[in-house]
Design a protein around this ligand. Structure first.
Ligand SMILES: [Zn+2]
Length: 349
């Protein structure tokens, strides 16, 4: 096998790997303890090169350790810890809930550990896994929900950071299977827009992980039925922004619905302006995908929650202008029945 000698370098960059690939080499020779930058690792994977240490042994687990402890990885770990604190402060994660990950190279992802409150998490608690979920480095066991993150990374090359959490207002939509309507608030339109709802599966399983695959490409936010939400972006910081935008939007819709007046929506031509801004920012939206024809620009805003009550029947023939004391019990019963019927309908029982 033709090998390319890079043993003179302590740190190997992408351009060194590109030079090796250009020479036609299939193997790269590194000095013991050499560090590959994340982009160099990507180039190794892209050109399908084998790494060999000058001592003769092929690259092993300590190479993952070196990647995990590289300055680039340390910066990512600090960002993940900061995002975890924001999620906890905004009450988007309870107990040890929620998980965060960042794709460091084509074949390695840094993620949060299992059973760890995002308020207390430190950089040394984080883990490194490959794209099958196998742990490569890190002292604590990785989150079981990394499998879902990995399916998103495999489906969407642009996804670099992922946040999964359980914010109350967006999760309220996820447990009712209701998709928040679009064309109401510009911030939500531009950064998130049409969200998807994935079907329920037991968290932590491969089956659960695969529920997001059909939606990940066209939606940076997916409501996970009876569970929570997941957002992807180019960084974990931006994925956390999307969580904030979605949850505040769902909260605002709930408050507006309580006012009892219809929600007004942004007109189609103005909504098109927002979609154009979104396209410029390179953010995904199902409405920008020409292969999806049924997508309308605007969803009709949902109606406020109303109870319709059948008028009470009167046996005496003349309709009273006010309820007689005898009728009050009947009216209370009718209201109770109507509310229960409406609630049953909402709960799908
Ligand atoms: Zn969860």
């Amino acid at each position: 096998m033709s090998s390319f000698d890079l043993t003179q370098y302590k740190v190997v960059a992408a351009q060194d790997i590109e030079a090796a690939a250009k020479s036609g080499a299939k193997e790269i020779l590194l000095q013991a303890g050499a560090i590959l930058t994340p982009s160099a690792r990507d180039a190794v994977a892209e050109h399908n090169l084998t790494i060999r240490n000058s001592g003769g042994s092929s690259a092993g687990s300590n190479e993952w350790e070196r990647l995990f402890n590289s300055p680039e990885a340390e910066a990512v770990k600090a960002e993940i810890v900061a995002v975890g604190k924001k999620l906890w402060q905004r009450q988007y994660v309870d107990g040890n809930g929620g998980n965060i990950s960042h794709r460091l190279t084509a074949d390695a992802v840094i993620c949060t550990p299992t059973l760890c409150s995002k308020a207390d998490m430190r950089t040394e608690d984080l883990c490194l896994v490959d794209l099958t979920g196998k742990q490569l480095a890190g002292g604590r066991p990785r989150t079981s929900e990394i499998l879902m993150h990995l399916e998103i990374y495999k489906s969407v090359p642009e996804a670099k950071g992922i946040v999964h959490c359980h914010p109350a207002h967006a999760t309220a939509y996820a447990i009712t299977g209701r998709v928040p309507p679009t064309c109401i608030i510009p911030e939500f339109e531009v950064f998130v827009g049409k969200v998807a709802v994935s079907p329920y599966e037991t968290p932590g399983t491969q089956k659960f992980a695969e529920t997001v695959i059909p939606f990940a490409k066209n939606h940076n936010t997916i409501l996970l039925s009876n569970h929570g939400i997941v957002c992807w972006a180019d960084t974990v910081t931006h994925a956390e922004w999307f969580v904030e935008v979605v949850d505040t939007y769902c909260w605002t819709l709930m408050l507006a619905n309580q006012l009892g007046s219809p929600i007004t929506h942004i007109k189609d031509d103005k909504a098109a302006d927002l979609l154009a801004i979104k396209q410029k920012l390179g953010l995904p939206d199902a409405r920008l995908d020409p292969s999806i024809k049924e997508c309308q620009l605007c969803d009709i805003p949902e109606k406020p929650f109303t109870i319709s009550l059948d008028p009470p029947s009167y046996s005496g023939g003349t309709r009273a202008t006010a309820a007689a004391p005898d009728d009050i019990e009947g009216i209370v019963q009718a209201v109770t029945d109507a509310v229960l019927a409406k609630l049953k309908g909402k709960l799908g029982e």
